[in-house]
Design a protein around this ligand. Structure first.
Ligand code: DOR
Ligand code: ZN
Length: 475
């Protein structure tokens, strides 16, 4: 008689990057124990009937802002990870623009304490890479980061953008560690000048935000970052790709062998310049929502692999922070971690890409790119049982009043969807079941840095690091 497992899920359709197939899944001790025919499953303490539902690897959202510590009126780690659970997201990477900024071992240790006490889903924590933190890179790695975030342009939190010289040094220091550097790739000096001119001209209406940040802001930043990554061998990730024009430097760098990856977000696939009139400052986000002709090339780049994944840039703010009349005073960003999967699967239902593509973008690629695969990002025997069980035939309308995030204001409000996560499981435990938060799962989320295994780094031209400068190698 086979040993008893914790949970068997029967009747669902399992989705992988290659195929969809009907099978049962057995889970034991947080891991996937078996996948196969229903009558081949071992006895189970609990069973779940998933007939008519699809079983996906839980999404890994590599770009969220949970605001904890610092801005409890916007979000905290409990509300943010509850929102993730409702969105079929089983792992999030939290950005470092909290208060204090995560740029040294102490602030990182404090955030680890907060997150482990409150999280409903697994997480990684980013640290800032900039002038203040270059010297702390070894201590930050020791303290458990998933990667580094470098702000080439200003956004919420006003983290100063390093000069190109400081950026090169930072890349030199991080390249030999193998960690990936995620880039807010918007060139600050271009935006500052344009914003100053728009303000001087008295422009305060929502679409002036787009005028301040034309696509060249992003194109120039991606191109420059790729040059520095190529020189140093640093691994980089381009966050929130918003324009068709960025795809050229991204694709060219990939073709040259630069270790570069990219993400886009639902707002750049689904919203366009007409939404500034519809939603006003609510749609203000960095980089900005752009003109409609950008959308199809971004979809095409996801399908052909130029863009590797989908993330959200979940950026919660309070309603009063999003509705000020002068666009320059409106906080940038809006929530997304909870609506990404249903909105993207709605597009899959319309035939814009396959559900295999979606699993590649939402789980498989993030896990591989951050060295978490095959523990995360896949439904395979031996993997963590991180699972989103979704109904692909559910018509509903996004209602900001009903979302888990503390930030109940977004341009997703009123949007029709045809897919909905019904249950979310993290390492074998239900965190959301039948659309109900499992309160006892609070504090069960864990940092994934401990299981991260990045491939061996290939640093180049890093002989101008501080160490090389002070160690007289005879050059
Ligand atoms: O709109 C944005 N909001 N873009 C960012 O890069 C940061 C984010 C935030 O933290 O609010
Ligand atoms: Zn962000």
């Amino acid at each position: 008689m086979a040993e008893t497992v914790d949970l068997v899920i029967h009747g669902g359709t399992i989705v992988s990057p290659d195929a969809s197939y009907r099978a049962s899944i057995a889970i034991k001790d947080g891991l996937i124990h078996a996948i196969g025919a229903a009558d081949a499953m071992p006895p189970a303490k609990e069973t779940l009937d998933a007939t008519g539902l699809h079983i996906l690897p839980g999404a890994i959202d590599v770009h969220v802002h949970f605001r904890d510590p610092g801005y409890p009126q916007k979000e905290d780690f409990a509300s943010g990870t509850a929102a993730a659970a409702f969105g079929g997201v089983t792992c999030v990477f939290d950005m470092p623009n909290t208060l204090p900024t995560i740029n040294n071992a102490e602030s990182l240790a404090d955030k680890h304490k907060i997150a482990s006490a409150k999280a409903y889903v697994d997480y990684g924590l980013y640290a800032v890479l900039g002038d203040d933190s270059i010297a702390h890179v070894p201590a930050l790695i020791e303290g458990g980061v998933i990667g580094f975030k470098l702000y080439m342009g200003n956004t919420f939190g006003r983290i100063p953008s390093p000069s190109t010289g400081a950026m090169l040094e930072a890349f030199e220091v991080v390249a030999p560690t193998g960690k990936r550097i995620s880039l807010h790739a918007e060139t600050n000096s271009i935006m500052e000048r344009r914003e100053a001119r728009l303000r001087a001209a008295g422009r305060t209406e929502p679409i002036a935000h787009l005028a301040a940040r034309p696509a060249v802001v992003a194109v120039e930043a991606v191109e420059r970052a790729a040059t520095l990554a190529e020189w140093t061998g640093a691994r980089i990730h381009v966050l929130h790709i918003s324009s068709a024009a960025e795809l050229r430097p991204l694709a060219e760098a990939k073709a040259r062998g630069v270790e570069i990856t990219g993400e886009t977000c639902p707002q750049y696939l689904l919203l366009d310049e007409t939404d500034y009139d519809k939603f006003g400052g609510v749609v203000r986000v960095n980089p900005p929502v752009r003109e409609k002709p950008n959308q199809q090339p971004i979809w095409d780049a996801l399908v052909d692999g130029t863009i590797d994944m989908i993330a959200t840039d979940h950026a919660p703010h309070a309603p009063e922070e999003k509705t000020r009349p002068d666009i320059w005073t409106v906080d940038c960003g809006f929530p997304g971690v909870e609506t990404q999967m249903p909105l993207m699967l709605t597009e899959i239902n319309k035939g814009r890409a396959t559900i295999q593509d979606y699993v590649r973008w939402s789980a498989d690629a993030p896990a591989k790119i951050w060295g978490l695969y095959p523990r995360k990002g896949t439904l395979t025997v031996g993997s963590d049982a991180d699972i989103a069980i979704v109904d692909l035939n559910r018509e509903w309308t996004v209602d900001d009043a009903l979302i888990q995030s503390t930030s109940r204001i977004s341009p997703w409000h009123g949007r029709k969807a045809t897919a909905l996560p019904i249950h979310t499981i993290v390492r074998g435990r239900f965190v959301m079941k039948d659309r109900i938060l499992q309160e006892d799962a609070r504090g069960t989320g864990r940092s994934v840095h401990a299981i991260q295994q990045m491939p061996k780094p290939a640093p180049r031209n890093t002989d101008s690091t501080m160490q090389a400068i002070t160690s007289n190698t005879g050059r």
